[in-house]
Design a binder for this molecule. Sequence first.
Ligand code: HEC
Length: 118
Amino acid sequence: MIKSSSLLVIAAMAGGFLISTGASAGDVLRGQEKSLSCQACHGTDGNSPIPTFPILAGQHRDYLLQSMRDYKSGVRANAVMKVIVDPLSDLDMQDLAAYYASQKGLRKIDAGRLKEIP
Ligand code: HEC
């Protein structure tokens, strides 16, 4: 028997999912043009070679978009990324998320990386 509190949690999660998939998809080419200012840290195509900067290439679009929105609102606190996303519009962030999600990166690299971990 499922408790009613569990049902509430499931309903809330389903609601969040519907909201996130309702967002505009963003434009990959526009995102690429807007990604110039990201390259110094995240690599030319989002495959950052420097461990302190996360790999964005191949990450889920919704996760990338939510991260940028959270840096902007302050929900996710990071001084560097706050400065980066502050001048961006929501459309800019949607385009950037679409671009990085379309790149080959995490999905391709994962298997090889996991083998390297002792
Ligand atoms: C000066 C270096 C720098 C630049 C330039 C930069 N970033 Fe970042 N970015 C970071 C760092 C450092 C983090 C990790 C912050 C943290 O710990 O939350 C990060 C995190 C992120 C994340 C979250 C990744 C994750 O896996 O959670 C996204 C998305 C992101 N950056 C997008 C961008 C975009 C888009 C641009 C260009 C408009 C950009 N960044 C430019 C340094 C940078």
